[in-house]
Design a protein around this ligand. Structure first.
Ligand code: ADP
Ligand code: MG
Length: 281
């Protein structure tokens, strides 16, 4: 199983849209996919047509170790399972304060079912708290959706440094693999400037052993598309809501890109010191 955390501590950048629709495209291609809702707002759960108020357990119970991942995960579409969230998840962070090993509960829970799925995608909350730490400890890689506007890079360095710390202390497998530009408008000049800034920053880490030394901007962008914004309120993926739109085309390409990558061996980092990211913001 390949576990991908969809992460950005900012809200409204396209995390949930990316998690749902990439997972749906992978599932439609015949792969077994689990999506995990680690955001108390439960947008992923709602997007897949479930009502959080009727969810008795889900990710909250798995994190508080009162239920098994395998029992809580629900089949919601062919090949697509969800570990749903509800508002109880807000309390998980404080309830776990005195639990030893609280950062690795999710990792241990999903390792037990590792062979059942080809992919698991974790939709993170817009914070870098304990819930997100659990996602980072469980993940093999990170996909960062980013909206290329003028504040896009604010906090980006901190995000990468957090990932690097988790990589060094808790999860040596963890790598930032991709930056996905969401709500992209290629006619505006700013997105291209933001893109150039990110590329310059990522280049500064090439050949180091930091967790983002292999990161790249995905060659596929998600164009701004109203259908993507409408689909969640119908509890539908973009492929169910409108097969033939830019949003469906783009997320299908993202899934293809991710899946193609998994069949390529990743290059080995050399042993230079980690990049600090201090030249960014
Ligand atoms: P996050 O999970 O990071 O908070 P969302 O995926 O929920 O972000 O996206 C934020 C809002 O933008 C949602 O209303 C979503 O439907 C909308 N949205 C996401 N991607 C696009 C897009 N490419 N074009 C238009 N609207 C989008
Ligand atoms: Mg979200």
């Amino acid at each position: 199983m390949r576990t991908i955390a969809v992460l950005n501590q900012k809200g409204g950048v396209g995390k949930t849209t990316t998690a749902v629709n990439t997972a749906a495209a992978l599932a439609a291609a015949g792969l077994k996919v689990a999506v995990i809702d680690l955001d108390p707002q439960a947008h992923l759960t709602i997007h897949l047509g479930l009502e959080p108020d009727t969810i008795e357990s889900g990710s909250y119970k798995v994190l508080t170790q009162s239920a098994e991942f395998e029992k809580e995960i629900m089949l919601v579409r062919p090949n697509l399972w969800i570990l749903p969230a509800n508002i109880n998840l807000v309390g998980a962070e404080s309830e776990l304060v005195s639990v030893v090993g609280r950062e690795t509960i999710l990792r241990e829970a999903i390792q037990k079912v590792g062979d059942k799925f080809d992919y698991s995608l974790i939709d993170c909350a817009p914070s870098l708290g304990l819930l997100t730490l659990n996602a980072l400890a469980a993940a093999d890689e990170i996909l960062i959706p980013l909206q290329p506007h003028f504040l896009a890079l604010q906090g980006f360095g901190k995000l990468l440094q957090t990932v690097d710390l988790v990589n060094k202390r808790i999860n040596p497998n963890l790598k930032v693999k991709g930056i996905l530009l969401c709500m992209f408008d290629s006619r505006a000049s700013l997105p291209n400037e933001v893109k150039a800034d990110i590329e310059q920053f990522l280049d500064s880490a090439r050949g180091t052993n930091c967790a983002w030394s292999q990161a790249r901007i995905l060659p596929v962008y998600i164009r701004r598309n109203i259908k993507l914004a409408e689909a969640p309120s119908y509890g539908k993926t973009i492929f169910e809501y409108e097969q033939n739109c830019h949003g469906a085309e783009d997320y299908k390409k993202v899934a293809e890109f991710i899946h193609t990558q998994s069949s390529q061996p990743s290059p080995q980092p050399d042993t230079q010191p980690s990049a600090t990211g201090q030249n960014l913001i």
